[in-house]
Design a protein around this ligand. Structure first.
Ligand code: C2E
Ligand code: CA
Ligand code: CA
Length: 658
């Protein structure tokens, strides 16, 4: 008898130490705040309590024949074992539902229904001291099973079957690791139960449960791969996993994205070390709005709060029983609090920084169908000229369009499906053709025609404008090589360059190389650049211009007078030509003040000895006004819209015959 008991104790001790170890490591990780974590703790608690009662139980049994206290202790432990162990399967079912996301769909009524068999079994255990239905002791104090115990086993089996079924239904909603772990848990515990049922003296049940639970800790509860170690919030991968789960379980959710627009200027001011400080400060602030586990750090300076919305039925479990695990603020309040907070400066290591935040609110699936669309929206850079700080509802259409345009540009670059149009310019005195401006077009299979005003900006932001400008330059070179300028007795063709490209030191040489492939005279190409307030590095830009002018190219300053350009510093740059923006001409026609601005603009440029082009000439009236002005060239719909290359060639040939 004695030898058998110590044999049991080995199993119980192992189960005890295994689960204790698991318990300690779970505590060390300090991930105990989610509903899932709490349920896990319950499971762990049950195994620890059960192995403890089993150990005491066995020890007491040794002495139960001698003292009444030992006998009482022995029976009490047996009772406690049943009391707690009966809860194991149902708690596991709830845990499994919380991991797979199934819990989000269940109502309190349904939970009560699911828990009814459990309550009955617990009741049986509680009344057993009087009824002896579950187990009893004979006159020799030997333990015997009653029908109640078989009933309890059947109920447990029922819970395990439901849990298995629930797992199968949500199979694709969770990742492989979680699936495997849950299956492992099923396998190992059912194995342990079966072995114990067949060989009564092999007490493998608790031991197997402890093993299974340890597996769950290692793979599901430990979220090292999902967590930002420093701040304790989730990372981008976690967001992908969680949104996938919401999508697959058809759970509605709201995304609140927070992006620091001027994150780079912060680093400039404080150094990268303080990035960490700021990160901590910001996540601490977000944690005052929602629980840690709803926050994701997706990129440098970009954070997301993803809140699944439970079914609006009041009765939903997560609105009632498990309410405290849900966010207490509404998404609107969270959004407002963020906006408010960014009106105040951030104190980081004695530096006070005012940061600009763009907040985007996306409701899924009504505003973004699935996680892919959400990530499209999250990945989109916010255009610099947008000052708005909240994007929601209809604003999203704009951002979405942008991401569509982005894809169209990538397709266009890949399939070389851009086309170059040409718009002639005319000499004001002779009204003969003087040159032409090359203007790119994108006709996308999916989106149709996209105006360059829209896609050039986007191409700049995604770093593809270089490919577009190269494509245009090649087209222009071919045209010049074919002798278009000679046919039309014209001076040059204007090619637009995006200023962002001058950030690359090798860019000027790159342009030379392209043109030299065609062996044409550099003076036949005039580069147009729009100088903006944002372009800070005048020195670098001017060096590039001087270099290219040295090689024989000419330069035209585009969009002069649009307010984007910084008049005094832009006139310091070494341009040959200034193109007055169409808006200046149009204003001149509308008001006397506009006319004053127009006339003075012309006078000012004249004093710097540059030739002047006026664009946007649409009417005869405008032409007549311009004839009295001291400008050189005109461009506009009055003469011709930008036209496809073939059409342009014809135009040139006709103009020659006139
Ligand atoms: P931009 O360089 O100021 O080009 C002039 C724009 O004014 C062209 O628009 C042209 O079609 C339009 N325009 C010309 N005359 C008239 C007129 O009489 N009335 C009106 N309403 N508009 C007129 P487009 O072709 O849509 O180009 C828009 C902008 O896209 C360009 O402005 C330029 O900044 C950019 N862009 C176009 N092609 C290229 C390119 O190859 N490379 C780069 N980097 N940017 C380009
Ligand atoms: Ca231009
Ligand atoms: Ca222009």
């Amino acid at each position: 008898m004695t030898s058998f008991n110590s044999f049991h104790i080995v199993f119980y001790l192992t189960a005890f130490f295994l689960s204790l170890t698991t318990f300690i490591f779970t505590l060390i990780q300090r991930r105990t705040d989610r509903l899932q974590n709490v349920l896990y703790f319950c499971l762990l608690g049950i195994v620890i309590i059960n192995s403890t009662t089993e150990i005491i139980n066995d020890l007491m049994f040794e002495y139960s024949a001698f003292t009444d206290i030992a006998l009482f202790g022995y029976k009490l432990c047996q009772f406690l074992y049943f009391l707690f162990h009966t809860a194991m399967a149902p708690v596991f079912l709830i845990y499994e539902m919380s991991v797979t996301g199934a819990l989000r769909k269940r109502t309190t009524k349904e939970l009560n229904l699911i828990m009814t068999p459990f309550v009955i079994t617990e009741f049986l255990v509680i009344i057993n001291p009087w009824t002896h239905w579950v187990y009893y002791y004979d006159s020799e104090q030997v333990f015997h099973r009653g029908w109640g115990e078989y009933f309890i086993y059947m109920v447990a089996a029922l819970y395990i079957i439901i849990a298995m079924f629930s797992l199968m239904v949500r199979w694709n909603a969770i990742n492989r690791k979680k699936r495997f772990t849950l299956l492992y848990f099923f396998g190992v515990t059912v194995g342990g139960i079966l072995i114990q049922a067949i060989f009564k003296n092999l007490k493998t049940e608790l031991f197997a449960e402890a093993l299974g639970i340890m597996g769950v800790m290692l793979s599901i509860e430990s979220e090292d791969d999902r967590l930002e170690q420093m701040t304790g919030v989730y990372n981008r991968v976690a967001l992908q996993q969680d949104l996938k789960n919401y999508d697959m379980t058809e759970t509605k959710y709201t995304i609140i994205s927070l992006r620091i627009k001027n994150i780079d200027s912060m680093t400039k001011k404080t150094g990268s070390l303080d990035d960490d400080n700021f990160n901590l400060k910001l996540t601490d602030f977000l944690k005052t709005l929602v629980q840690r586990y709803y926050i994701y750090d997706v990129n440098r300076g970009q954070y997301v709060i993803a809140v699944p919305t439970t079914d609006s039925t009041k009765d939903n479990l997560l609105n009632t029983t498990f309410r405290r695990f849900e966010p207490s603020l509404s998404c609107d309040t969270i959004r407002d609090r963020i906006v408010e907070r960014f009106k105040e400066p951030w104190e980081i290591e004695r530096t006070s920084l005012s940061l600009e935040a763009a907040v985007m609110v996306v409701k899924c699936p009504s505003e973004a169908a699935d996680r892919n669309e959400v990530f499209d929206l999250l990945n989109n850079p916010i255009p610099r000229n947008i000052t708005q700080d909240v994007f929601e509802g209809d604003d999203l259409k704009y951002i979405r369009r942008r991401s569509e345009v982005e894809k169209a540009i990538m397709r266009g670059v890949k399939n070389k499906s851009f086309e170059v149009y040409y718009q002639p310019s005319y000499n004001l005195q002779t009204l003969k053709m003087h040159g032409a401006e090359a203007l790119v077009r994108l006709n996308d299979k999916k989106l149709g025609f996209i105006p360059p005003d829209e896609f050039i900006k986007v191409a700049e932001q995604i770093g593809l404008v270089g490919d577009i400008d190269d494509f245009v330059l090649h087209d222009v070179c071919t045209l010049i090589k074919d002798g278009i300028l000679e046919i039309g007795e014209m001076d040059c063709i204007n090619v637009n360059l995006s200023i962002v490209q001058f950030e690359n030191e090798d860019f000027p040489q790159h342009l030379c190389n392209i043109v030299d492939e065609y062996g044409i005279d550099h003076s036949k190409i005039c580069f147009e650049i729009t100088e903006t307030v944002e372009s800070e590095d005048y020195r670098k830009l001017n060096e590039a211009i001087v270099f290219l002018k040295d090689k024989g190219f000419t330069f035209s300053m585009d969009d002069f007078g649009t307010g984007y350009s910084n008049v005094s510093s832009s006139l310091m740059l070494d341009f040959d030509q200034v193109k007055i923006d169409k808006s200046v001409l149009w204003e001149a026609e509308k008001s006397t003040l506009g006319m004053v601005v127009f006339e003075n603009t012309i006078r000012m440029i004249r004093q710097t000895n540059r030739s002047i082009v006026v664009e946007g000439v649409e009417t005869e009236n405008q032409l007549n006004v311009l004839k009295k002005m001291n400008v050189d060239y005109l461009q506009g719909y009055y003469f011709s819209k930008p036209v496809p290359k073939q059409r342009f060639v014809t135009l040139v040939e006709i103009s020659r015959q006139e």
